[in-house]
Design a protein around this ligand. Structure first.
Ligand SMILES: *Cc1c(COP(=O)(O)O)cnc(C)c1O
Length: 414
């Protein structure tokens, strides 16, 4: 061992923040183990015969106040199921957002439809009625909105535009469990809601998903789509159309069922922690805390700052570097490194063999990814700093994060 002098003497040891990637920041415990044990002892691990997934579906539908909920294998599967239920013709367009998880986008291509990227509001990073309306044309089959970071899109205005044109709206609520707009839950306002139970979401089964709807016909098609389109329970069941096995199993169902009663508490604690951080960072020059529509209830999947690069050296990237170096806080400047349409899958149209299908059917305007058409997206990604967020944060954690940001801002201020 070479004895070296520390380059910089830190005044206090680094604090380890609870993480959603391990037990420190997850609500998994005795309740999950008890139901999981019950599932294993039952010997029935498939949801077609078991009781846990069915109970989860019933309780999740009741919680959101919707008629139907179906569990599936992931959030990506949930979005795929929603699109398959709406059943676009090849080449139909589905309006989506340039800032979201790839799992919300690839299902569009798998169903032979063309993603039409709408720009976002640079302050909320969400699509708006205005950015969506510009994309609507006679090929538009559906709209998928992502309630990004747990902050709802303006569904009042979006549904008004969509309804005028008779276009269904799919709400990707993977990051927005129990978020509300104007008193209504996200995932319960549009034609279909989609949720993810992936490791890093509000509640988790490692992998898993849910779809919700009030529409009888969409519910029937979604149930079938998750089940290889086999008409379980029908007098003469058949495989009615092209579909996959997207089922959740009973092990996941048992864990999800135990997680569900904890969800409201998770949301409440994340919101309370966020309010405390916002109060501490209010008025810090060069930093903007989340700007909330008073009709919105934000559930803080992540806590995002906007960083003004004209006041802070190297903007969000500079701030992130400081937080990591000085305090061991891992934040994400830019969230996703680039807008979705700049990823190879879209930019190079890497789909099925060398066919470029379904892009071969696209109208030129639908695949025009000229950056000038996406000012909100580029500004939004430039400015955003995503702080890791968790329901297990204590006042000490919040103080630590607040002081880290204040110090970093002071040292980087022009
Ligand atoms: C996580 C996520 C998905 C995909 O969910 P998986 O369970 O990872 O497949 C889709 N959309 C959004 C907005 C997400 O955050």
């Amino acid at each position: 061992m070479v004895n070296t002098m520390p380059i910089q003497q830190t005044t206090a040891p680094l604090m380890k923040l609870p993480s959603d990637q391990d037990a420190s920041g997850r609500t998994l415990g005795a309740e999950e183990i008890a139901l999981l044990t019950e599932a294993i002892q039952s010997g029935t691990l498939t949801s077609t015969k078991g009781t846990f997934v069915k109970a989860l579906e019933k309780q999740f539908a009741d919680l959101l106040g919707v008629k139907y909920a179906y569990a599936c294998s992931s959030g990506s599967a949930a979005v795929h199921t929603a699109i398959a239920a709406i059943d676009p013709e090849p080449g139909d367009e589905i309006i989506t957002t340039s800032i979201t998880d790839m799992g919300a986008l690839t299902p569009i291509l798998y169903q032979g439809a063309i993603p039409r990227f709408a720009d976002v509001d640079p302050v909320t990073w969400n699509v708006t009625a205005k950015t969506i309306e510009r994309c609507i044309n006679d090929r538009t089959k559906a709209i998928i909105v992502t309630h990004l970071f747990g902050n709802p899109c303006n569904m009042t205005e979006i549904l008004a535009v969509a309804n005028t044109h008779g276009i269904p709206v799919i709400e990707d609520s993977a990051q927005a469990f129990l978020a509300q707009h104007d008193g209504q839950y996200t995932g319960a306002m549009g034609a279909v809601g989609c949720f993810s139970l992936q490791q890093g979401k509000h509640i988790t089964t490692g992998e898993g998903g849910l779809v919700t709807t009030n529409d009888d016909a969409l519910a029937r098609r979604m149930f079938l789509y998750i089940n290889k389109a086999f008409g379980y329970g029908d007098p003469n069941p058949d495989h009615y159309f092209i579909a996959l096995n997207y089922r959740m199993n009973e092990l996941q169902g048992a864990v999800a069922l135990a997680q569900l009663p904890k969800l409201q508490g998770v949301v409440d604690r994340r919101r309370a922690a966020a309010a405390k951080l916002t109060a501490k960072l209010q008025g810090l020059p060069g930093i903007a805390t989340p700007q909330l529509d008073p009709r919105n209830l934000h559930v803080y999947w992540k806590y995002c700052l906007r960083v003004d690069a004209s006041l802070i050296a190297e903007g969000a990237v500079g701030l992130a570097r400081k937080l990591k170096a000085e305090k061991g806080i891992f934040s994400a400047p830019r969230y996703i490194q680039k807008p979705a349409f700049q990823c190879e899958i879209f930019a190079q149209q890497r789909t099925f063999g060398n066919s470029h299908f379904p892009f071969t059917l696209a109208q030129p305007a639908a695949v025009d990814y000229n950056p000038n058409l996406f000012p909100g997206t580029f500004t939004g990604l430039e400015e955003v700093l995503v702080l890791p967020w968790n329901e297990a944060y204590t006042d000490q954690h919040i103080d630590y994060i607040a002081e880290a940001v204040q110090q970093a801002v002071r040292s980087l201020a022009y």
